[in-house]
Structure formats: C-alpha cells, structure tokens
Design a protein around this ligand. Structure first.
Ligand code: NAD
Length: 422
C-alpha cells in the first residue's frame, strides 16, 4: 500500500471543492467560508504508561462547519494522523452530511500513535486523557465523535464515560449522545457496527441495477478488512458476488475460487490480519491492484488510487468505502478510462447516517430494531444517490464533482437563508 503521507490530502479536498464551486458559480462570499475550517485544536497531553513512565501524545480535533447542525465526525488512532489529514477528513464530513441531508456539520479528530504498540489499559488511558483534554470542545449538541480507523465501540464507551464523569452531576445522564458508535448496551444503535459497509453495499446494488449489471456474476477485491471492508464483504455475500482478493496491513491475499468473507473475518479476529488465510495465495500490493475484477472497494487509508496505480486497475467500478482513497490525478485517469466511481462522500455515508439515528434514539430514549434502522438507512443513502445522479446529468459532471455540487448547493442555500452575523 502506498504511504498516505506522500500527498497532502487537504490539497486534494481543496481541488475537489474548487472544481465543483467553479461549475455551480458558488457565491464567492459563501465560498470563502466553506473553503476554511472553523476551529482547529491541537492537544499535547501526558499519559502514564504501564511501566510508570510518562509519554506525551498529540491529538487533534478539527471542526470544519456547523451550519447544518452539530459538528460530527470520527476519531482516528494512527501514526499518520496530522493536521492536514484531520482537516481533510473534517471537511469531507460536512459534504457527506449535506449530501444525505442529515442535520450535522463536519468534524474529525485523531491521535498520532499506533495502538498496536500499546496495551489495552494504556489505550484506555490515552483515550480518557484525550477526552478530558477535549473538555467542552465536544458535546451532545455541539460536536459528536464516532469510531474511525483503529477506534471502535469500546473507545466510544470510554469517551462517553470520561465526558459524563466530568459533567455536573445533574447533566451526567443526559449526555449519552456525546458520541455515537457506542456498544448497544451502552446506548449504541443496533446496526451501527455494520452501517458503513451496509451503505457501501446499498450504493453498489443501486449502481448494479442502473447499469444492468448482474451481481451474481460479480467479482471484487477489497483493500482494508476492518470495520468497513469486512462488513461490506459479508453483506455482499448473499447477492452472490465473489471476493477474489483482500489486502490489509499484514499483506495481500488472492484466491481465484473466492474467499469466504465470514471465514476471513474470523481469521482476522483470531490472527490480527488476512495473512495466512487458508486456500489463498499471498501476492504483493501491485499484483493485487492489477487483478481483473469487476469491483474494487478501497476501505483502508487515503491516496491509494493515484497517477501510478489508476492506470493499472482492471475494474468496472470503484466503491469508496475509505475516505479519500483517490487523489485528483487518480480521478482524472479513472474518468479517461471510463471506470465508474461511487465517491466516498456518498458511498461511505452509511456510518454517519446511522450515527444520526443513534443520536436521535438517545435523545428520544428510543430503541429501534434492525429492520427500522436498515430501512431508514436505505432510504437516506439512496435519496443522496439519486440527487448525485441528477447532478451528474444536469452538469455533465463526474460523480465526485456531482456529489460536491449537491452538498455545496444545500450549504449555499442555508447560508443565504440565515445570512452572516452580525
Ligand atoms: P479499521 O481500523 O476498522 O480498519 C482499517 C483497515 O485498513 C484494517 O484492515 C487495516 O489492516 C487496513 N490497513 C491499515 N493500513 C493498511 C495498509 N498500509 N495497507 C493495507 N491495509 C491497511 O477502520 P475502518 O473504520 O474500517 O475505516 C476504514 C476507512 O473507512 C477509513 O478511510 C475511514 O475513514 C473510512 N470510514 C469509516 C467509517 C466507520 O464507520 N468506521 C465510516 C466512513 C468512512
């Protein structure tokens, strides 16, 4: 896998934004606002390690925009986290919520470290100390974190507990919705765990229907077999599509006969990665990317589809489970080569949609069942899909630019309605 730091992803966001803003002649005053993040907070904080020594960590929270509702976005634990990555991820969150029409803004956070090198109790203390440092920069009606790379429902439960413990006594019970993606027992929503993968699958199925493409004959490969990649694969299984190759941080595997996503999920849970999976062959990164399959689901990190790799892909469709897997050169080459693309800000919006459902359930003290969550998720993400498809037709735009157009028009309208204070 390419090192994601090779290219500053925030530059990619700016190029994507400018392209769409030019096409729709976005109001120049509103363009100034949306081109910048609202708040950027960097924390350096100490944590006591298991050996009694102190280690310093750097964490970030960037809040891009909240004109549509509270800031919303995940928290990432990764050595590659830096201010530009968090700015990019926060900005994409604003567009994403606007496309699928949920009342949230965009934010993102991260701590620059590799959790694989730390014990569970150290990770708990890092999480709690960062949450304490965030203080009231997050809040159930202000800024609501969720899981992202290397964070999960356990991390969210620790964040909730820390946040609640630092609130005045009479507010502690009323802040469950300060984070989403919690364990179900701790106020999480049924279906949030699989939601991003489910949204990826719903958009792929919609594409297949409109392209007259038979999913039973489909072959596909996945990069990243964590939350998003493994759920997307498992949820595609009932439709008959065959998983041919998978890459994660431990390596890449391929099997012409097909890889069972459920068995691979179990293998990854037991061993920590896809490497060594039975009845598969190990291949290198370049070989995997060049294999001939119908669909590629990038579900790991940024900058994977670039000037170097886009010409080597042999696929019909790219469904972006990851945020920012394609840079602007990659986009151009995919368009020249006639490869379809479901852009991240639409394709992986299932996560934030069900986070919104979780937030609503917490506020109303309700518990929805899976059928209700999935049904509402399907409706929301397909409404977003249809708006983007209409913008593709209206502006003769590529799908990513069309997705931006949908988001920017909605944000422009709200700013025009509200005006700028004072
Ligand atoms: P995760 O931590 O559960 O999984 C990440 C996967 O990427 C792992 O399989 C890991 O091995 C793999 N990976 C890491 N480094 C790699 C490398 N160098 N080469 C190949 N694979 C590598 O994270 P996730 O939550 O599944 O997130 C994956 C992507 O999806 C990210 O871009 C994230 O921002 C995006 N996303 C996640 C959600 C969500 O709800 N979790 C929502 C929207 C978008």
């Amino acid at each position: 896998m390419e090192g994601k730091t090779q290219l500053n992803v925030y530059e990619t966001v700016k190029k994507q934004f400018n392209k769409a803003a030019d096409i729709i002649h976005l109001d120049p005053e509103i363009r100034k606002i949306l081109a910048m993040t609202m708040n950027e907070i960097v924390f350096n904080f100490p944590v006591k390690m298991d050996n009694g020594k102190i280690e310093m960590f750097t964490g970030y929270r960037v809040q891009h925009n909240n004109v549509l509702g509270p800031f919303k976005g995940g928290l990432r634990f990764h050595p590659g986290v830096d201010i530009n990555e968090v700015r990019a991820l926060a900005t994409w969150m604003t567009w994403k919520s606007a496309i699928v029409n949920i009342p949230f803004g965009g934010a993102k956070g991260g701590i620059q470290f590799d959790p694989a090198n730390y014990s569970k109790s150290e990770i708990e203390r890092i999480t709690r100390r960062f949450t304490f440092a965030l203080g009231t920069n997050i809040g159930p009606e202000y800024d609501i974190p969720a899981p992202d790379v290397n964070t999960n429902s356990q991390i969210m439960a620790w964040m909730l507990d820390t946040y609640a413990s630092t609130m005045p006594a009479h507010e502690r019970q009323a802040c469950t919705h300060v984070v989403t993606g919690k364990p179900v027992e701790a106020g999480g929503s049924i279906g949030r765990d699989k939601a991003t993968g489910q949204g990826v699958v719903f958009t792929i199925l919609q594409w297949a229907e409109e392209a007259n493409f038979d999913m039973k004959k489909a072959t596909y490969m996945v990069q990243g077999f964590g939350n998003v990649g493994s759920w997307a694969s498992r949820l595609l299984k009932p439709y008959g599509a065959t998983l041919i190759a998978v890459e994660d941080k431990t390596g890449a595997i391929i099997s012409e006969h097909g890889i069972d996503p459920d068995a691979l999920t179990e293998h990854v849970q037991n061993t920590g990665g896809v490497k060594g999976f039975a009845d598969s062959e190990e291949v290198d990164h370049d070989t995997m990317l060049a294999i001939d399959v119908d669909i590629f689901i990038p579900a790991a990190l940024e900058n994977q589809i670039t000037a170097k790799t886009a010409p080597t892909l042999n696929v019909k469709l790219i469904a972006e489970g990851a945020n920012g897997p394609t840079d602007t050169d990659g986009d151009r080459i995919l368009q020249e080569r006639g490869i379809d693309l479901l852009p991240d800000i639409l394709c992986n919006a299932g996560g934030v949609i069900v986070s919104y459902f979780e937030w609503l359930q917490n506020k109303r003290s309700e518990f929805w069942d899976l059928a209700e969550v999935d049904g509402k998720l399907h409706k929301k993400i397909i409404q977003g899909y249809e708006l983007v498809r209409e913008a593709v037709r209206e502006f003769h735009a590529d799908w990513r630019t069309a997705a931006y157009i949908v988001a920017l028009r909605r944000l422009e309208t709200v700013y025009k309605d509200r005006g700028i204070f004072p």
